[in-house]
Every structure is written in C-alpha cells, then in structure tokens.
Design a protein around this ligand. Structure first.
Ligand SMILES: [Zn+2]
Ligand SMILES: [Zn+2]
Length: 171
C-alpha cells in the first residue's frame, strides 16, 4: 500500500508522525508527543488491515519506505498480492484486498448485502450487493473483477436489459 505523497517530506518530527498517521489512517498505540521523534523511532501501531488484531512495531522510516503500517503477516501478504496482481495494479491502480474493496464500494455507491470486513477478498470473490437500478429489489451477485471492470453492479435482469439497450443504440 503506497503512502500518500504529501507525507513524504522527510522531516521526521512529531508533526510529521501526526500527519502520517492522519493521512494514512494509522492508529498509534502509544502517545509519542513527549518522545524525541526521528525516523529511527520504533512506533507501536495497529495493523492497517481491517479486522487484523496484530500490532505493528516498526521504525518510522520503515513504515514510510516499505509500504505502510502492516503487521508481519500482512506485509508479506501485501508483497505477494502485489506481485500476483501487478498487471492489474499497473493498469487500473487497483488492489484487490478488503480495505481497497470497502473503499471502492463507498466511492461507487455500492450497497453491500453482507459484511465483508472479515472476508479475505480477491478479484474472484463473489460479491453480493444491491442492484444499481433504483427500485430494483434484486441482488447483484458478481465477482469483484466483474464489478470493477464494468464499474457497475446490476442484477442479472438489469444487466440483460441494459445490454439490449446498448445494442439498440449501436444499430
Ligand atoms: Zn495485519
Ligand atoms: Zn436489477
């Protein structure tokens, strides 16, 4: 997970730490306001993966340079996911993990019908969400890849109807 550019200012003081945490959603487990903050300070924080109960103990430098505030397990997993999905990441800047997915749904007004915060998501995970059509009571059940690629989330019926309309336009 790349950190936001604005935080990479290279002045590693307490303000920097505050900004870093705010901008990246890092939850510190200790108060560092009275500590001498520099880039070699080991900080204790929660792992950024939703639902992960592991703590992170890393130097600030490590968090900034090595892709974020993740526990050992998830640091490894991120590296793996990155290499596995690198072609996707490059073209769509998409990471198929739970955090990304939940944000994606928020940004695209996708109403999930299940709690996915504890589900390990990848691009082949079948997602159940409310159909995009207003007043349609059907469920959209598609793989994450499918939803992201079509940037829509319609039930089977609506997908068929929309497909027909599209074809009509092209005639
Ligand atoms: Zn973790
Ligand atoms: Zn529908």
């Amino acid at each position: 997970m790349s950190l936001k550019k604005t935080t990479i200012r290279h002045r590693y003081n307490y303000d920097f730490l505050q900004d870093l945490c705010k901008e990246n959603g890092i939850e510190l487990l200790k108060d560092y306001s009275l500590e001498k903050v520099n880039r070699e300070l080991r900080i204790k924080a929660k792992c950024l993966i939703i639902g992960c109960v592991n703590n992170v103990e890393k130097t600030i430098r490590n968090i900034v340079k090595n892709g974020g505030c993740y526990c050992k397990t998830h640091t490894k997993e991120n590296k793996y996911e990155k290499s596995k999905n690198s072609d996707w990441n490059n073209t769509n800047r998409i990471r198929y993990n739970t955090k990304y997915f939940i944000n994606y749904c928020k940004e695209n007004n996708i109403i999930l019908l299940k709690d996915y915060s504890d589900v390990k998501i990848n691009r082949e995970t079948i997602i159940e969400a409310k159909c995009f059509t207003i007043d349609c009571m059907n469920i959209c059940s598609k793989t994450l890849r499918n939803i992201v690629h079509s940037s829509s989330c319609y039930c089977y019926n609506c997908t068929v109807v929309l497909g027909k309309e599209k074809r009509k336009k092209h005639l």
